[in-house]
Design a protein around this ligand. Structure first.
Ligand code: NAD
Ligand code: UDP
Ligand code: UDP
Length: 387
């Protein structure tokens, strides 16, 4: 008789992560679809560190082999190039279903067939079919976009949303709504154990450099010494979550007893202009580069930024990252896209109460970590293009 999720969690807790010899064959076997992507690869890192056997399915549409390269030699890890739109037979205990192109670039690029609608509907159906056959627990990564341009603020899970069904974003919003519907139907009609996460904007290392999401745009633009592009008047708001917090939330949800949906996001809310300022500010603060910081903070778009206390020079960091900050950094206003939600902020009281989870990394600490990763990748890209 296989161990239940509860048994395994208790065992793991009792043994403080050390698995007794007789039980080694019974490791949790975990499937992560989209595991070579941004969020998926961080999740894989944590599952591998816990001792799971991990199978990744990815078609590398937006993901990269480099993101999981460090696990390829590990016998507990397996990477399968596969499109979830096609059925697949595997034996697993739990499924984190992340596969889905998640950035706005793809809305414009054949949204119907290859990309978003198909992956969300047929891909999710296949993974639910797999979960049903092997009696695996299934977690779907839905999105705050199911709330559309919300009329309720902050958004609670009980809010049904305000989505334009015929707009350019609908393939993503409605695709994820359909994926949630399928998930609940498999729960009610087929008895599949399911979990639903509604993820709010998440950022961190390994994000696509050119996915045109706002954080990756600002970070890479500033590193390339280009103006940061602010769409519209820059007063629309978002709440940005650091990726390690999200991974903790996903694992708490999978391991817990509640189906959800659960909002997983950081409630700290920022306008796009504030994001640009906090980025520059936190980077200078992290590097400890006071003089450059002073110059940047005199710019008109930086008015109103609250200064953090420690801005003294730290020599070793300065050496590493001096070229990361352009003291002439500027913002450039561009026309906004249609149906852009004016505000977004999660109400996470449900996840706090039932999953005992809340995010820990504030924007000002997460942005510099992401900037250093982006800097190294941009440098490598530049070197590769020369050679
Ligand atoms: P990502 O694009 O980095 O990762 C998605 C992964 O899925 C990629 O590796 C891609 O190659 C793979 N993939 C796409 N279509 C596939 C298919 N048909 N078959 C197999 N693999 C496929 O995006 P991410 O930011 O890591 O997002 C992961 C999940 O989280 C997605 O489901 C996304 O909708 C959800 N989400 C992310 C955010 C965010 O801010 N990052 C917010 C809300 C929801
Ligand atoms: N499926 C899969 N792997 C499995 C089991 C099912 O990919 O191990 C796919 C299957 O091909 C089908 C979908 O999941 O397209 C839904 O499966 P389900 O058994 O619920 O429906 P049915 O096959 O009876 O239509
Ligand atoms: N945005 C921006 N500059 C950019 C990219 C995006 O000002 O270079 C804005 C965009 O209009 C939106 C917000 O940033 O209001 C978040 O956009 P993103 O695509 O990152 O996420 P989503 O709209 O899916 O929340």
């Amino acid at each position: 008789i296989p161990f239940s999720h509860h048994d395994r969690a208790t065992l793991h807790h009792q043994t403080k992560g050390r698995v007794p010899i007789g039980i080694r064959q019974r490791r949790m076997r975990t499937l992560v679809t989209g595991g070579a992507g941004f969020v998926g690869s961080h999740l894989v890192d944590k599952l591998m560190a816990r001792g799971d056997e991990v199978i990744v399915i990815d078609n590398f549409f937006t993901g990269r082999k480099e993101n999981v390269l460090h696990h390829l030699d590990n016998p507990r890890f397996e990477l399968i190039r596969h499109d979830v739109v096609q059925p697949i037979l595997l034996e697993v205990d739990q499924i984190y279903h992340l596969a889905c192109p998640a950035s706005p670039v793809h809305y414009k690029y054949n949204p119907i067939k290859t990309i978003i609608s198909f992956t969300n509907v047929i891909g999710t159906l296949n993974m639910l079919g797999l979960a049903k056959r092997v009696k695996a627990r299934f977690l779907i990564t839905s999105t705050s976009e199911v709330y559309g341009d919300p009329l309720e603020h902050p958004q609670k899970e009980s809010y049904w949303g305000h989505v334009n069904p015929i707009g350019v974003r609908s393939c993503y919003d409605e695709g994820k709504r359909m994926a949630e519907t399928l998930t609940m139907d498999y729960y009610r009609n087929e008895g599949v154990e399911v979990r639903i996460a509604r993820i709010f904007n998440t950022y961190g290392p390994r994000m696509c450099l050119n996915d045109r999401r706002v954080v990756s745009n600002f970070v890479s633009q500033a590193l390339r010494k280009e103006p940061m592009t602010v769409y519209g008047d820059g007063k629309q708001t978002r709440s940005f979550q650091y990726v390690s917090d999200l991974v903790d939330g996903l694992m708490a949800l999978m391991g817990g007893e509640h189906i959800g949906p659960f909002n997983l996001g950081n409630p700290g809310e920022f306008t796009m202009l504030e994001l640009a300022r906090v980025y520059m500010y936190s980077l200078c603060n992290y590097i400890g580069h006071g003089p450059i910081l002073d110059r940047i903070m005199q710019k008109p778009w930086c008015t109103g930024v609250t200064l953090l206390s420690n801005t003294t020079e730290v020599p070793w960091r300065t050496k590493v990252v001096k070229d990361t900050i352009d003291s002439n950094v500027a913002v450039e206003f561009r026309e906004n896209t249609a149906d852009d939600p004016q505000m977004r902020k999660p109400d996470i009281s449900k996840a706090k109460a039932l999953l005992n989870w809340e995010p820990k990394v504030p924007l000002r600490d997460g942005l510099p970590r992401m900037a250093l990763d982006f800097r190294n990748r941009i440098l490598k890209e530049e070197q590769d293009s020369i050679t």
